[in-house]
Design a protein around this ligand. Sequence first.
Ligand code: DGY
Length: 315
Amino acid sequence: MYRVLVTRKLPGPWIDHLKKEAEVEIWEERDPPPRSWILSRVKDKDGLLVTLTEKVDREVIDAGKNLKVISTYSVGFDHIDVKYAISKGIRVTNTPDVLTDATADLIFGLLLAVARRIVEGDRLIRSGQWNLPWYPEFMLGKEVSHSTLGILGMGRIGRAVLNRAKGFNMRVIYHSRRPHDVDAEFVDLDTLLAESDFLVVTVDLNPETYHMLDYSRLTKMKSTAYLINASRGPVVKEDDLVKVLSESKIAGAALDVFEREPIGSDNPLIKFPNVVLTPHLGSATRETRERMAEVAVKNLINCLKGESPLYEVRL
Ligand code: DGY
């Protein structure tokens, strides 16, 4: 029987399914497993199923002498040294597609929340500060319909965001490595920054996109524009975003991802009323997380059997 190491319990029946095919050693806690647990347990395993909180670097890959597959329960694979794994003959798989809609829904939720001050309004009521009846200039936000949406990256999630924007009659512009066959205008990065009312980040984290949105780029945005990021925190240089917000160079931000997660209560982003914060919830629906488990488990089993996985990361 194959031997498999799983670093987290997953929703749905898929770990039980995996147990029919392999001897499974699993970390049962909600906190990530200590690195030493992974390093000592991976030694005799044929397969490794991880989530995005486990760093699968050279040390882990070298420790997994028998590894044939690393299956990540995520679309992102920036936590894995994919190049090194592949050089060692280890296949790397991920879970795209099944989380596209859930993530695009959250992105749109964030966009609406920050534009229409939904979280601010909720906080105002709960803190007992809604003490005047309706009046014309109370808590005015930014209109979403007919405004310009800028999408950075045009992969699966970018397209799903674009589809949602059509329902809001938005003008959509985008920038990515190359133009795509989509119903939106391809523009260079400076134009994207300068013209977007809402700038949505959907690019992967990789050496090219690390800190791509730094002070010089963020300050090219309109002072009335909003930044929305549910991709990976380090695409935005967080200290620079704080500076840009402090100087009112943009109107606000809605963030689901951060440079270090979870963020501490001393994170300066917390003090801005015009910033909406969610704790990395992009794919967090029961349906999606169960589908991700199905894909991650099937990817793992297929690779162990020498068959093609549903999705494979290739560089
Ligand atoms: C991913 O899959 O990469 C998301 O960040 C979490 O689902």
